[in-house]
Design a protein around this ligand. Structure first.
Ligand code: AR6
Length: 172
């Protein structure tokens, strides 16, 4: 059952011991504020050096690097949409972030992956809709694919934790 492969936790994604953590990056993969800044600080400068060799990651896409000093072996960098009212395919782009990250994880034979709530900070994507897209996109992937075996939704805010728990209960 795909639902059984999903777990929701509240906390700091930089502390999680999973094969890969997903970060909410910008197109230049240049670090910055928010959770991306926290991941870069925890991973150390080698992460930024590797990002420089990748170049641009377009919106809705994902790129893989090593995790360096993080407990996670890999970082998957995905670039969410900036919310601009919903008429600019923001939902499709966010769904693509989850799908492409999961695809990259499966191609790398990653067993466990942790997502944060992509685009819901500086990029202002509404949290309830972001949660719905994250869960439905992930469930659709898990229905059709064996890997990753385990998906963690790591919510920093209590509000997100509750949204994920409630939405998963509803679709179970
Ligand atoms: N662990 C898990 N989630 C966290 C953590 C943490 N340690 N810290 C914050 N969050 P944001 P975005 C949550 O703004 O909206 C960066 O500068 C937070 O509660 O980091 O996709 C990039 O370089 C929020 O729900 O990402 C981009 O320029 C979520 O992480 C831009 O921000 C995402 O917030 C991306 O903006």
């Amino acid at each position: 059952m795909p639902h059984n492969r999903i777990e929701v936790v509240q906390g700091d994604i930089t502390k999680l011991s999973v094969d890969a953590v997903v970060t909410a990056a910008n197109e230049a993969l240049s670090g910055g504020g928010g959770v991306d800044g926290a991941i870069h600080r925890a991973a150390g400068p080698a992460l930024y050096e590797e990002c420089r060799t990748i170049g641009i990651c377009p919106e809705g896409e994902a790129r893989l690097t090593n995790g360096y000093l993080l407990p996670a072996r890999y970082v998957i960098h995905t670039v969410g949409p900036v919310w601009d009212g919903g008429g600019y395919r923001e939902a499709e782009t966010l769904s693509s972030c989850y799908r492409r990250s999961l695809e990259l994880a499966a191609d790398t034979e990653i067993q466990s992956i942790a997502f944060l709530c992509v685009a819901t900070g500086v990029y202002l994507f509404p949290r309830p809709l972001a949660c719905e897209i994250a869960v439905t996109s992930t469930l659709a992937w898990l229905e059709a694919n064996k890997l990753p075996q385990r998906v963690v939704f790591c919510c920093f805010e209590g509000e997100d934790y509750q949204l994920y728990m409630d939405y998963l209960d509803m679709v179970r």
